[in-house]
Design a protein around this ligand. Structure first.
Ligand code: ZN
Length: 203
């Protein structure tokens, strides 16, 4: 399985990183080895001094598809989750400057937190899901899928032009404002609406 990640999908986050507003979504992949194993801490890798948290709504694909029209995209998932796209921001800046791919900064082991899944019938409208990330019991990121530049079904249409979607693939839908550094002993907790869906410690 693969993790397909979307960059720059919320306006405020774009402003925060001084990126230009894109005409197409930014896409990158993480391999399955990026997934942080359940109940494991996140270890800050030795190649970075500036790891950022990016909390993101996740979509789990449950049918094989290619060239999916957004009208039919809702048939390709029935679970929504929350995760973190950990990013070595210092390394990413160096790579960006040189026009090089981001994989080393984005796709390293443990860089993808995947929380517990919630069924869509428990959630209601997928375009109005609130979510938050707490760091040491303080809210640091707060978002709602209604603020996405590209909504979930539009992302599925776009992504499936380039990559065949397979059962179990996960789409990371981009992060809202509030990304920031994590340090040793930080505790990160993710919530969809008021339900806790992950809790991890940074080591
Ligand atoms: Zn991200």
């Amino acid at each position: 399985m693969k993790l397909i990640c979307i960059g720059r999908n919320y306006t405020e986050h774009i402003e925060e990183l001084e990126n230009e507003k894109p005409t197409d979504p930014v896409i990158f992949l993480k391999p399955d080895t990026a997934i942080l194993l359940k109940k494991q801490p996140f270890f800050i890798p030795d190649f970075s001094n500036n790891i950022h948290h990016e909390v993101e709504i996740l979509v789990k694909i449950n049918r094989v598809g290619k060239y999916i029209d957004k009208k039919f995209a809702h048939k390709y998932y029935n679970e929504i989750g929350l995760g973190i796209d950990f990013t070595a921001r210092d390394l990413q800046s160096q790579l960006k400057e040189k026009g090089l791919p981001w994989e080393k900064a984005k796709s390293f082991d443990g860089s993808a937190v995947v929380g517990n899944w919630l069924r869509i019938n428990e959630l209601g409208n997928v375009n109005d899901i609130g979510f938050t990330l707490e760091k040491n019991n303080e809210v640091v990121q707060k978002g709602n899928t209604s603020f996405m530049l590209w909504k979930i079904d539009e992302l599925i249409e776009y992504v499936s032009k380039y990559f065949t979607l397979k059962i179990g693939d996960i789409i990371f839908t981009g992060t809202p404002a509030g990304v920031g550094e994590v340090n040793t002993n930080d505790k990160l907790k993710g919530f969809i609406e008021n339900k806790e869906v992950f809790s991890i410690t940074v080591k």
